[in-house]
Design a protein. Structure first.
Length: 201
């Protein structure tokens, strides 16, 4: 679940469809919508998440954006020797700053392991933390998801999409996958076609 949540967080910076970059967390309404959309994944990391989602404020938004910036900085490190996302190349935190920021956010709420074992299923482990402050709980949960992703096996398959104007990171699902989405592959093929036709003969 950490891979999905971490990728969803960094994907809130995306191509806007008009040659620019959109930020889904640019305002409080955007953050609230994103939190509702990813509520199921967040429940694994944020104790009492449903009660906390409706009390987010501008400070929460800024803290979530800071966790995202740290995550994108470390994603840029993880895809080396490939280039980082075009959205990050000019504004990357140093790896040390990004690690410190994630660790600080993740450690803001004390956690305890919680074992679950359905009658017919396998046991599972979740980490629960209680914080009176919704902002700390949400940012700690997001930071823990990013740390879980970066220390897990999916990190080895992390890539920055090379398609023109795309700024997303993705996990390569199969050996021939080159882009985050089929539409990016189409855009890359069209761009190559135009470059070949425009080249002097």
């Amino acid at each position: 679940m950490s891979a999905q949540l971490a990728l969803a967080l960094v994907s809130t910076i995306r191509h806007d469809g008009n040659g620019g970059v959109a930020d889904d967390l640019a305002d409080l309404a955007g953050l609230t919508a994103w939190l509702h959309e990813h509520a199921e994944a967040l429940r694994e990391y944020v104790g009492g998440f449903d009660a906390r989602i409706d009390v987010v404020d501008e400070r929460t938004r800024l803290d979530v954006v800071a966790v995202r910036r740290a995550a994108r900085g470390l994603f840029a490190v993880a895809v080396r020797p490939g280039p980082p996302s075009r959205a990050d190349s000019a504004s990357l935190l140093s790896p040390q700053e990004a690690v410190a920021q994630l660790n600080q956010a993740a450690g803001a709420v004390p956690v305890r392991p919680v074992l679950s074992w359905a009658q017919e299923g396998a046991p599972s482990l979740a980490w629960h933390g209680e914080a009176a402050d919704a902002r700390l709980a949400i940012t700690a949960g997001l930071a823990r998801a990013v740390i879980g992703f970066l220390t897990g096996p999916a990190r080895e398959e992390l890539r920055a999409c090379p398609a023109p104007r795309c700024v997303r990171y993705f996990v390569k699902d199969h050996p021939r996958q080159e882009w985050c989405k089929p539409s990016c592959g189409n855009r890359a093929r069209v761009a190559r076609h135009y470059q070949r036709r425009a080249a002097p003969r």
